[in-house]
Design a protein around this ligand. Structure first.
Ligand code: GDP
Length: 600
């Protein structure tokens, strides 16, 4: 027996007991027995990870190696947009110019939607929308024989969603500013999003038809935030327009083409397929419909795609008019039918060889997402940034500063800027991405998540939605009420001298499906784990319509009738909490751990 040569097998990152048994020609019962001997309770359909499977295989005389699939997965969703890197892999000789992709940002009511509508209606001929049955959140127009693609998702939520996943959604940002209202808080926010993404900005000075429009005052305000109009020798193109009166639209399109001509907007239509999900939903009749922007390569009906945790073979594809098409090249927005699940806005779309490969990659991604939640993920915090800096992963400390009043914001910002200037060795730079008065909002967190920044609040609070998003995205928020403490912390962080901090990591989510009354104990939530896992020793946050209802310890975790230590995604469980039992169906129970992150 000892002499026997070990046989080798390849296993994916995650496999079922049944599949493993088949691979090594053993009975599933044998596998389950070995698992039990190793303290793992599993049924025949249970997914086990590679490490566990390898141990089992070893006991049964097989040496397991991790299955290598075409390494689509070398992605490190860091700062550099993946698609940029992939395009950089393309042979320069194959690259051709593609139409620019434009997105419109700006303050609420300044006319983003009106502008998108009026560009669409003047440039896309009447009646062309005949066959539309599906709203698609992007469109294309022709101007002077050149194509421009517009993302029809005003507001920066979609824009940052893309960036936070490493994709660059747009090539050019149109910042809409109403001439009667001027630069407002969301104008600045939008500006900072565009700057952080290093995307060129064109200002559309809208509503110039209004009597109280004051373009000069607005230009002055624009100059104050660093957008010096070209007519004042600056380098920002400012185009006066009226969305409702259709004034200046031609000039705006001209400006877009001009800016586009000056930047390298390239792709290889015959290259690797790269796309980004702009929006997706489940349609009752058609199944999952996803609006995808193709960025490189050419997508064809029949291709198998993978987008985030969803995959599928493309059964049909529609252009922005709702007309069926067979293929779509770079910068084309399309609506695709055939994914098995709804992907997230911002998910990268890639083509794979077969459904089997797609399933393996998704299993691996799920596994990795879980690992990330369980601790390998390293959120950017003041405590860890120095370490990351030393490892060469970060070059600057990015901050978003929110304060109660302008009077406290200014001294904070200027002393942080000074600190950066006086850092003689020029090692770590402080980069304030955004500073404003008011509470910390979800949009601040989106910006921080997309840019790996830390949010600091002075005499302000974080909105509920901001807190939830920060937890989910691993964004660090710090609160202060003494200016000196804030600047001191930043200074210490720059030198790597900060004390440990508690980091909260979300490990899973369960949805309450039913309630059970247990005499003496109260109500127990009958749940299905929808993501990650629920750990007996972790804590739970009860969320109802995204509002935090309760936070506390688990007092009992059961799977069927047994007390268990953990329950994974896809399984049912019963959860009782210490000190709370007013669950409602539909509540989300978010399971999280607390850990001290060591300073160095
Ligand atoms: P959004 O919130 O930025 O998408 O703004 P909307 O496009 O919804 O526009 C807000 C309001 O401003 C609407 O009542 C529009 O009719 C109006 N509006 C938009 N553009 C113009 C314009 O150029 N001139 C005038 N007078 N009103 C406009």
């Amino acid at each position: 027996m000892a002499e026997q040569q070990e046989k080798t097998i390849e296993l994916p990152a995650s496999t079922t007991v049944r599949d493993l048994a088949e691979k090594i020609n053993a009975s599933p019962i044998d596998i389950i027995k070995v698992l039990m001997a190793n303290g793992v309770m599993a049924n025949i359909n249970q997914q086990i990870d590679f490490d566990t499977a390898a141990i089992v295989a070893a006991e049964l005389g097989f040496e397991a190696t991790l299955e290598v699939i075409d390494q689509i997965e070398t992605e490190d969703l860091g700062e550099i947009a993946l698609w940029r890197r992939l395009i950089a892999d393309e042979d320069e000789a194959d690259l051709v110019r593609r139409p620019p992709v434009v997105t419109i940002l700006g303050h609420v009511d300044h006319g983003k939607t009106s502008l998108l509508d009026s560009i669409r209606s003047t440039s896309v001929q009447e009646g062309e929308y005949g066959g539309i049955t599906q709203h698609i959140s992007a469109y294309q127009i022709e101007h002077n024989g050149k194509t421009i693609s517009f993302l029809d998702t005003p507001g920066h939520a979609a824009f940052t969603a893309m960036r936070s996943r490493g994709a660059q959604g747009a090539d050019i940002v149109i910042l809409v500013v109403a001439a009667d209202d001027g630069v407002m808080p969301q104008t600045k926010e939008a500006l900072n999003h565009a700057k952080a993404a290093q995307v060129p900005i064109i200002v559309a000075l809208n509503k110039i038809d209004k009597q109280n429009a004051n373009p000069d005052r607005v230009k002055q305000q624009l100059a104050e935030v660093g957008l010096v109009p070209d007519e004042w020798d600056g380098d920002t193109i400012v185009v006066p327009v009226s969305a409702t009166e259709k004034i200046g639209l031609e000039d705006l399109l001209e400006a877009i083409l001009l800016v586009a001509d000056n930047i390298e907007i390239l792709a290889n239509p015959a290259g690797k397929l790269i796309g980004t999900v702009i929006e997706a939903e489940r349609d009752k009749a058609k199944g999952v419909m996803a609006t995808v922007l193709v960025q490189n390569g050419t997508l064809q009906v029949g291709d198998t795609l993978i987008a985030g945790l969803s995959h599928g073979r493309i059964r049909a594809m529609f252009d922005f008019r709702g007309e069926p098409i067979e293929e779509a090249g770079p910068s084309t927005p399309i609506s695709v039918m055939g994914l098995n699940d709804v992907p997230n806005a911002g998910d990268l779309v890639r083509r794979v060889d077969s459904d089997k490969v797609a399933r393996v990659i998704v299993a691996e991604r799920e596994e990795r997402a879980k690992d990330a939640r369980i601790g390998q993920q390293r959120p950017v915090t003041l405590e860890t940034m120095f370490e990351r800096f030393q490892e060469g992963q970060m070059r600057e400390l990015r901050l978003i500063i929110k304060a109660d009043v302008q009077g406290s914001l200014e001294p904070i910002v200027s002393s942080l800027q000074e600190m950066s200037a006086s850092d003689e060795e020029g090692k770590i730079r402080v980069n304030i991405l955004h500073s404003a008065t008011g509470n910390i909002s979800e949009s601040d967190i989106d910006l921080a998540a997309a840019s790996q920044a830390i949010v600091m609040g002075f005499n302000v609070q974080a909105d509920e939605a901001a807190r939830v998003t920060a937890d989910r995205e691993g964004v660090s928020i710090r609160f202060y009420n003494i200016i000196y403490r804030l600047t001191e912390d930043v200074e210490k962080a720059l030198k790597g001298m900060l004390a440990p901090e508690e980091v909260i990591t979300v490990v899973g989510r369960a949805e309450v499906r039913a309630l059970f009354k247990i005499p003496k104990t109260g109500f127990i939530a009958g749940c299905r784990v929808i993501e990650g896992e629920i750990l007996r020793n972790a804590q739970i946050r009860v969320l109802r319509n995204d509002n935090l209802i309760y936070e506390g310890d688990i007092s009992s975790l059961k799977h069927e009738k047994d007390d268990v230590r953990e329950v994974r995604a896809g399984f049912e469980c019963g959860i009782a909490l210490r000190g709370f039992d007013a669950f409602e169906e539909g509540d989300i129970l978010e399971c999280f751990t607390r850990k001290l992150v060591k300073a160095i």
